[in-house]
Design a protein around this ligand. Structure first.
Ligand SMILES: C[S@@+](CC[C@H](N)C(=O)[O-])C[C@H]1O[C@@H](n2cnc3c(N)ncnc32)[C@H](O)[C@@H]1O
Length: 359
C-alpha cells in the first residue's frame, strides 16, 4: 500500500514528466500533483499508475480478440486537452467518457467545486466503479450512465465540454449543450488519423475552431456498452497483392507519407479502414497504404502508385489530393472546422470556404 508521501512523490514526478511535453500551467500542475491516479487504476502496480502511459481497465472479448473499451488516458494527452479547454474558476464542465473517473477527479481538483463537474459514460458498470473511487476520495461530481452522443437528457448546458472518447464527427447535442462562447475539446476524424479539435460556440449556434496536429487516438465512441466500437468484429482486411494494377493518374497522392494534413483529409472525407505508413525497408516503401473495408487498397510511394479491389476510390483520391495541393498543402493545424446545429461539418483552410467539394 502506498503511503501519502510515496504517491505524492510519484504524482509530482508525473507532473514534471508531463511538463516536458505540454505547456503545463501551475493550476493543472497542482491538480496532477494532488490527484492519486493509483486509486483509479487499482489493477496495476501502484508506481506503474504514475507512468505517462494509458492503462486499459476493461476489455470485451469478441471475434477471438480482447478489445479494449475503457482506459485511463495517457496523462500528458489528458493535460494537453485540459490546457486546451481553457477552464476557469466557476465554470461548468461536462466530460464525455468517465472511464476510471481520474479525469473527473482532476477536473474537481482544478475547479475546487464538484458541483461544477459532470461526466457521462455509456457503460453503467464503469460509472458505478468510478463513482465509488471518487466517493472514497470525498469527490462527488455528477456521474450519469448514458450515450455521450446524446447528452441532451442531462437538461443542462455547460461552459466547457471535453470528450475523452473518439468522435468521427461532432454529435449535434454537444453544440446545443454549450453556453455561448463555450468551448469544446474533442478528438475528431476517427480511423487512423484523428486530430484534437478545439471549437467555440458562436452566437448563431455554430461551433467553430481549429484542429491540432496532435492526434488523441481515443477509443471510438461505441453504440452500446456490449460492443467494443462502431464496427465490432473488423480486423484489418487482408490485401490482395497478386492483382495489383500500376497507375500514373495519382501523382498528386505521392507525397502522402510526408504530409499528415493530406492523410487527415483523406481519412476525414473517405473514411478508409486504415492509412498505414510503409517504412523504407518494407519492400514497397517509403510510402503509404490506404485500405478500405471492402478489401480495396491503394499503395503510393514517391515513384509509383498501385491499387487493387472493387472500389479503390481512385477519382476521389485524385481530386481530393489535387484540391489539397492547390490550397497550399494545409497541415491539420491550418484547418478550420465549422459544425452547424444540424450537424453539417465544413473544413476550410487559409480563408477558402471549404477544403473539398464533398464538404
Ligand atoms: C479513454 S476512456 C475515458 C478515460 C477517462 N476520461 C478517464 O479519466 O479514465 C473512453 C471511455 O469512453 C466511454 N464511451 C465509449 N463510447 C461512449 C459513448 N457512446 N458514450 C459515452 N461514453 C462512451 C468508454 O466506455 C470509456 O470508458
Amino acid at each position: 500500500m502506498m503511503t501519502e508521501t510515496t504517491w505524492q512523490t510519484h504524482a509530482a514526478a508525473l507532473a514534471a514528466t508531463i511538463a516536458q511535453e505540454v505547456n503545463l500551467s501551475e493550476a493543472w500542475r497542482a491538480a496532477f500533483e494532488q490527484t492519486p491516479r493509483h486509486r483509479f487504476v487499482p489493477d496495476v502496480a501502484e508506481d506503474q499508475a504514475y507512468e505517462d502511459a494509458s492503462i486499459v481497465i476493461k476489455t470485451i472479448h469478441i471475434g477471438g480478440f480482447d478489445w479494449p473499451v475503457s482506459s485511463s488516458t495517457r496523462p500528458s494527452l489528458m493535460a494537453y486537452m485540459l490546457e486546451a479547454l481553457q477552464l476557469q474558476e466557476g465554470m461548468t464542465v461536462l466530460e464525455i467518457g468517465t472511464g476510471t473517473g481520474y479525469n473527473a477527479a482532476l477536473l474537481c481538483n482544478r475547479l475546487g467545486d464538484d458541483a461544477l463537474v459532470a461526466s457521462v459514460d455509456l457503460d453503467a458498470e464503469l460509472v458505478d466503479a468510478a463513482r465509488a473511487r471518487l466517493d472514497a476520495l470525498g469527490l462527488h461530481p455528477t456521474l450519469t450512465a448514458l450515450d455521450g452522443r446524446n447528452t441532451t437528457t442531462l437538461g443542462q448546458t455547460f461552459d466547457r465540454i471535453i470528450a475523452t472518447a473518439g468522435a468521427r464527427r461532432i454529435p449535434p447535442a454537444w453544440g446545443s449543450q454549450l453556453n455561448e462562447d463555450g468551448r469544446l475539446v474533442a478528438d475528431v476524424g476517427g480511423g487512423t488519423c484523428p486530430r484534437i479539435a478545439t471549437l467555440t460556440r458562436q452566437p448563431n449556434g455554430d461551433l467553430r475552431g481549429r484542429l491540432h496536429t496532435r492526434p488523441g487516438w481515443f477509443m471510438p465512441m461505441r453504440p452500446n456498452a456490449a460492443h467494443p466500437h462502431e464496427h465490432p468484429g473488423i480486423s484489418p482486411t487482408p490485401i490482395d497483392q497478386d492483382h495489383a494494377i500500376e497507375t500514373t493518374t495519382l501523382t498528386a497522392l505521392q507525397d502522402l507519407a510526408e504530409n499528415e494534413g493530406l492523410a487527415f483529409a483523406i481519412n476525414w472525407y473517405m473514411q478508409p479502414e486504415m492509412i498505414t505508413d510503409l517504412p523504407a525497408d518494407s519492400g514497397h516503401g517509403p510510402g503509404s497504404l490506404i485500405t478500405f473495408t471492402d478489401g480495396s487498397w491503394v499503395e503510393t510511394t514517391k515513384t509509383s502508385t498501385r491499387y487493387s479491389g472493387p472500389n479503390p476510390h481512385l477519382n476521389d483520391l485524385a481530386q481530393l489530393a489535387t484540391a489539397w495541393r492547390e490550397l497550399g498543402k494545409p497541415g491539420s493545424d491550418d484547418l478550420r472546422l465549422t459544425v452547424t446545429p444540424d450537424g453539417a461539418h465544413t473544413l476550410s483552410a487559409y480563408g477558402y470556404e471549404c477544403l473539398w467539394q464533398n464538404d
